[in-house]
Design a binder for this molecule. Structure first.
Ligand SMILES: [Zn+2]
Length: 101
């Protein structure tokens, strides 16, 4: 997860306007009050760890992994399918070779 690409909806404590906070936000886009960048970064770090610990996020990560596994299984099946398809052709070739003698 890249917190630097995340955006969070925030309310400015100074002007009480909603705005989109980015990792690199240094001041309020509405009233221009300067933010402490360390505090801003901390919000994102907290957000990241909260997200990482949430059940839904862990579940989605697990789903992703099982999805990859399914993909691999799919590959194996298609390889087997290819083999089964090639086998009669191979046998046919073999039969031709044998029948030539
Ligand atoms: Zn403001």
């Amino acid at each position: 997860m890249d917190v630097e690409k995340k955006t969070l909806k925030m309310k400015c404590e100074s002007c009480e306007n909603d705005f989109i906070l980015t990792f690199h936000t240094v001041k309020c886009p509405k009233c221009g009050i300067a933010f402490n960048t360390d505090e801003v970064h901390e919000i994102f770090y907290n957000y990241e760890s909260r997200l990482a610990n949430s059940k839904l996020y862990q579940h989605s990560q697990r789903m992703q992994k099982s999805g990859e596994r399914l993909e691999k299984t799919g590959e194996t099946i298609s390889q087997i399918g290819c083999l089964l398809f090639m086998l009669p052709i191979g046998l046919l070739c073999l039969w031709f070779i044998i029948s030539m003698f």
